[in-house]
Ligand binder design. Structure first.
Ligand code: NAD
Length: 480
């Protein structure tokens, strides 16, 4: 009998009100891993009830900031102690490499510790007034119940990026994880319970986006929505949030340029290009999917990237030797393959890859794919593919590549490879992207704020700034 996972509401596991569950599949083996509760409005209502009750309770509202910091630190300790278990469960769920997930989740406590340290540093200011009898000061207050909706590609890290500042600032949460990766977010809620959070401070309702997700977004008691996922879903959520005048933080899609100049160390740049697009089988928001190489180094870069792509070991994500796992689910594989076909029909050439490799497992595997003869106008260069597909294009001048790089609806990240400090400065000033990496790619830290420009997002995640996203400011005047 397949294991069934219930919601986590009010500090306990709770079966879905409608009595239905849905299967979660291992994308490498196609085995059913478990069935998760298929939440709907009734479950969401119960979860928001629980979160609101805790938010209003003295048990939570009278906790000192220092006590909130201690709780978050304790949760960080527990996440650290369970990092290997969580990485294993996450790898089974979404097919990312166990090796990579273990590294990522061993680092996850740092996110919780960072915001634990900020819990008692949320402060206002004393504002000068025109009279010595009048005192004006500001204070920052928590918002209330935060609805957090997260995707499947880094389920825990992306959830913790919201949960940590939200809890540090004194909010409570209802989380709706992706339907493809329910398990580890449920485990996180259990660990929070073990850490000593009041029952109902952190609730998890699993289910489909159109059902549980939509019900959560529609709940009028939410004080804020924090969403990471596709630009399409983000746009629908933003409209609803706007109609109720509640804030939302949106971390959305990307079509990031990775630019290699003639003065770059091409061997290093090629490794950066490969990691930028093939890590996690290209299923990262920051994937460097549009590669621009100066014409004088284009052939060398293409040769190096194609050569490396051809030697990447594809296979079982649990195997330490594997370098590329499967795509996360069947529709995802179909979508990526259809984009390769669209590219070819638009005139692109598959220099390497594009095929399903035989790795001895039935899952959703696809070769890393390098496309040439592409232009920035093609759909494969304009739309997010979210797979291991790189389009490599030559350019001649800095102005030209800057125009091409910025000619996109997205603005999440950009990479620049150059040995010129002046060029590094010029490019990082002029690129329309919330994160710019020079001679590196994919670096990230809880301390470093990030924001998606254009259709890549609204609001800031990570860093000091993220605390502001989970508080509101009150100005108080006292006539003494
Ligand atoms: P998605 O938008 O399909 O789903 C994200 C979440 O939203 C899931 O939990 C889903 O169930 C839920 N959802 C779907 N429809 C909904 C609705 N109508 N109402 C409420 N919730 C709904 O995205 P995905 O396929 O899970 O994730 C991939 C996308 O996420 C990519 O576009 C990627 O670039 C983006 N992403 C962005 C970042 C970032 O930090 N900018 C990080 C990771 C992923």
């Amino acid at each position: 009998m397949t294991e069934r996972l219930d919601h986590f509401i009010g500090g306990e596991h709770r079966a879905p009100a409608n009595g239905t569950w849905f299967p979660s599949t291992n994308p490498a083996t196609l085995e059913t891993l478990y069935e998760a509760a298929r939440g709907d409005e009734a479950d969401v209502r119960a979860a928001v009830d629980a979160a609101q009750r805790v938010f209003d309770s003295p048990e939570w509202s009278r906790k000192t900031p220092t006590q909130r910091g201690h709780l978050l630190r304790r949760l960080g300790d527990l996440v650290g102690e369970h990092a290997e278990e969580l990485a294993y469960l996450e790898s089974l769920d979404n097919g990312k490499l166990l090796r990579e997930m273990t590294g990522q989740l061993k680092n996850l406590p740092e996110y919780l510790y960072y915001y634990a340290g900020l819990a008692d540093k949320v402060q206002g200011a004393q504002i000068p007034t025109s009279s010595p009898e009048v005192l004006n000061f500001t204070q920052r207050e928590p918002l209330g119940v935060v609805g957090a909706i997260t995707p499947w590609n880094s389920p825990l890290t992306l959830t913790v990026s919201k949960l940590a500042p939200a809890l540090a600032a004194g909010n409570t949460l209802v989380i709706k994880p992706s339907e493809y990766t329910s398990r580890t977010v449920l485990r996180l809620a259990e660990l929070a319970d073990e850490a000593g959070y009041p029952a109902g401070a952190i609730n998890v309702v699993t289910g489909l986006g159109a059902e549980a997700g939509a019900a959560l977004v529609a709940d009028p008691r939410l004080a804020k929505i924090s969403f990471t996922g596709s630009t399409r879903t983000g746009s629908a959520i933003a409209s609803q949030a706007a109609s109720r005048f509640i804030g939302c933080t949106l971390e959305l899609g990307g079509k990031s340029p990775n630019i290699v100049f003639e003065d770059a160390n091409v061997a290093n740049a090629a490794m950066g290009v490969v990691a930028g697009i093939f890590a996690a089988a290209g299923q990262t928001c920051i994937a460097g999917s549009r590669v621009f190489a100066h014409r004088s180094v284009y052939d060398e870069l293409l040769e190096r990237v194609s050569e490396r792509a051809s030697t990447i070991r594809i296979g079982d994500p649990l195997d330490d030797a594997t370098e590329l796992g499967p795509l996360a689910f069947e529709d995802q594989l179909a979508k990526v393959r259809s984009y390769i076909e669209i590219g070819e029909s638009e005139g692109a050439t598959v220099r390497y890859g594009g095929q399903r490799p035989d790795v001895g497992l039935p899952g959703y595997f696809l070769q890393p794919t390098v496309l040439t003869e592409t232009t920035n106008e093609m759909r494969i260069c304009r739309e997010e593919i979210f797979g291991p597909v790189a389009a490599i294009m030559p350019f001649d001048t800095e102005d030209e590549v800057l125009r091409l790089a910025n000619d996109t609806d997205y603005g999440l990240a950009a990479g620049v490879w150059t040995s010129s400090l002046q060029r590094a400065m010029r490019m990082s000033q002029r690129l329309e992207a919330g994160t710019v990496w020079v001679n590196t790619y994919r670096a990230m830290s809880p301390m470093s704020p990030r924001q998606g420009f254009k259709q890549s997002g609204v609001g800031i995640e990570h860093g000091l700034e993220s605390m502001q996203e989970y508080t509101r400011l009150k100005s108080i005047w006292i006539n003494t």
